[in-house]
Structure formats: C-alpha cells, structure tokens
Design a protein around this ligand. Sequence first.
Ligand code: SAH
Length: 470
Amino acid sequence: MKKNEIYEVEIIDISADGNGIGKVDGYTLFIKDGLIGDLVKVRVTKTKKNYGYARLEQILKPSPSRVEAKCPHARPCGGCQLQEMDYRSQLQFKQKKVMNNLVRLGGFEANLVAGLMEPITGMDNPFNYRYKAQVPFGTDKEGRQIAGFFAGRTHSIIACTDCALGVKENKEIIEIILEYMNTYGVAAYDESSGNGVIRHALLRKGYATGQLMVCLVVNIQCDGEQGTLPVSDLSDAYVELPHLDKLVGKLMAIEGMTSVSLSFNTRHDNVIMGEKILTIAGQDRIEDRLSNLTFAISPLSFYQVNPWMTERMYGKALEYAGLTGNEVVWDLYCGIGTISLFLAKAAGEVHGVEIVEPAIEDARENARRNNVENALFYVGAAEDVAPSLPRPDVIVVDPPRKGCDEKLLHTILSHEPERVVYVSCDSATLARDLKVLCAGGYKLEKVAAFDNFAQTVHVETVVLITRKEK
Ligand code: SAH
C-alpha cells in the first residue's frame, strides 16, 4: 500500500482515541471520523510496516450510528472526536474503552471486569456541559484577530466563538474581547514570533450560581504583585492594554459577571496560564455549589468542567468509600477540596493533598465556608506528603492523566488502607496503577464510568479496590 492510493473500506472497529479501523487485505488502516459500520472511500496518508493512516474522502454507506454533527467545525477541531456518533453509541464506546484498558493494560480477566462494571452514567443533554473554556487567540491568514479552538494535533486556530460544548455566555464574552482588540489595535499573541499580547481567555461559569469569570492571559511581564487592583486604579499601567477599562466595563455589564482578572504569561512553551493573577474587577473567585456544598474557585485552581456529571461521580466516590463516621481518609490530588468536603461529613477526618498552592488556599476557604472542621489540607506532591500523614482507613486518589507516581503507589500499599477509591480521567494509566495495587494485595471490587466529556473520546472512571484478607 502506498500514500495517496484510494480504497473502499468498511469500518469494523474504533480505536481508544476515536479513529475508525478498517482492513484492506489484512492491512490495518486508521481512519479519522470513520464510524463502525460505515463503508467509506479513503485516501492513504501514511504507511507503516503493520498499519497505516487514511483520510476519509467519501461516505459510501453510512453507519447506523452516524448522526449529523451539531457544530460545523466538528471534524477539523481538536476538541470533539465523536460528534458524528449517536450518543448511545458514544456511551457504549466509552464503557468498552474502560473495560478494554482494564483487561489489556491492567491484566484483569475480561469476565471479571464485565461482571463488576456498572452501566456507564451518561448525560440527558450531551451538549453545552462545559462550564470552563480556555480559548486561544490568534491571527488568521488575512490578518484578522480570531479566537476559537486548536485544530486537532496542531496549533492553528479554528475561528469559533460558540462551541457546542460550552455555555451560551462564552460567545458574547469572546466577541467583546475581539472587539476591544480591533478597536484599540491590541494584537493576539503569535507563538512563532513571541509578539502580540492576548494569548488565551479562561472562561468559567458557576453551574448552580451562574457566576461568571473571565481571566485574560496576556503576554506581559508583570513586575508588580499579584492580588487585586481595580482597573480604575490601574490608569493605563500596561501600555500594551490601552483603555482596558472599556473592555472591563463591557464584561462587567454581562449578567452574572463576578470576576475579571489578568494572568501574566511570557513563557514560550504551551503552558496556558501564567503564575501571577491580578483581579481588576469584581471578586478574585467565583462560587459554585454541588450537593449543598459551596465552593470558591480561583483562576488557577482545578475544578471539574462538567459539574452536573461531577455531582454524580463524587456521589459514587462517596458510596465506594463506605464511610461510617470514624475513618481517617486521605484525599490525594484534592484540588480545591471538592471530594474532601464530600467525604468529610461522613468521615472522622480527611487529609487533602494538592500541589497547586492557590487550590489549597481555596480548599481551606471552602472548608470554612461549609463549616467543615475535620478536613486538613497540605500543599505538596502527593507522593512526598502522603508518607507523613496519619494512617488511613480509606484513600481516595484523583490524579491528572499521567496517573499516580510509582512512589505513591508503594506508600499506599505500605499503609494498608481497607479501601482505595481511584477516580481517573485516563483509564489507561488507571489500569496500569491498579495492576500494581492489585499485585500488592488489593482486589478489584467495583468500576463505574461517567461521561463527563460527551462528544469527545475522554471518560472518567471511579474504581473501588479493597484489601484482601491476609
Ligand atoms: N480531586 C479534585 C482535583 C482533581 S484534578 C477535583 O475533583 O476537583 C488533579 C489535581 O491534581 C489537580 O488539581 C492538580 O493540580 C493536582 N496534582 C497534579 N500533580 C500532583 C501531585 N504530584 N501531587 C498532588 N497533586 C497533584
């Protein structure tokens, strides 16, 4: 098989990252946007020894699970991979993805996993569920300022102000920022030259409160302190941002706008947020509520993007934790203390550990706001802090995609908690870590998947493992 050759292929499977899989004379082709059951005409784009890649040219016979994408940018945009798959099939795909990873990478027996996995929890409306967006700004070929989303695997920006996954207010906010840039000649940041000012806008909305946050990430060196400085007192301190008060005035006029801030980032890598935040209007945090708990969220803190589903997922973590009121619980990778506070009312004491300092400040503030006195928070890497915490009965971990540090897995094993609840946003690293824990004396008990990221290939999983009798 050679590059640019055309073939007719039936899609017979789908990979974990959402590519259709077809075979031509036994040779495997990965075909982006192909769905199981499609008959497609493809053009080969890349060949390797055992497999190749091809581009979908034409759908000859559509799969029964094929639906029309809601967003015109669905195919080129890197955000969604599954918009053309009906929602029921998306859920089946994710349930199977978790199962496959546990079997292939975790070494668990297929029948065992199938037997103990609960049905995946899906959304009633699988759109407009993202209450956080990080919108990149750039310049198109005609020199126009644009904002939108990165095209898949690239850093070219597709102009789009009303993403189908985001909340409806995003469009107005992004358009106000673009209008400000055009009116006052403020350029978008250009990655290749390092010139330009506006890099990203972080947009957040409180699910239960409707409070809005805008944090504008700017390519400006900040010499001052972070904190709060009303834009009226800023008096054009940043020549790069002329008439900033005009922008802020328009943003603050939007119903629900609670916090407008700047984040200073002059780095040349792809880290989005700068470390210094300056609040220039409103408050430095927004508030949200999940299951009668109130959470303050600042720009640099992690907070789940899909609060509706998060409530269900944390509920499951609480159920799996099996608390009776006396337990010592560790909540590792605790962010702003969301899971910690969910557990605290049912536990003896909770110890939360998180590496981002502002998140721990939020966590402590959140404990105060909710009158929780039995949750303690520590700044640091979970693998470094955990060994010195009081002996736990239950450990909850919720690491980022790369999973738990190996050192931490050994700390967990040596402390012999009765139960470990693993909340994961990447079932591949989850499976890898469970393999270590289960080889060290734990038993896979329960698995539940949650569709926090509809239309994408991502899936959240909550797992319970328990200590085997010795
Ligand atoms: N449990 C929280 C946060 C989960 S996201 C929630 O549901 O909201 C993962 C968190 O782990 C992030 O807040 C990230 O800052 C933090 N983190 C990343 N590496 C870490 C490490 N080595 N030790 C502790 N926390 C870490």
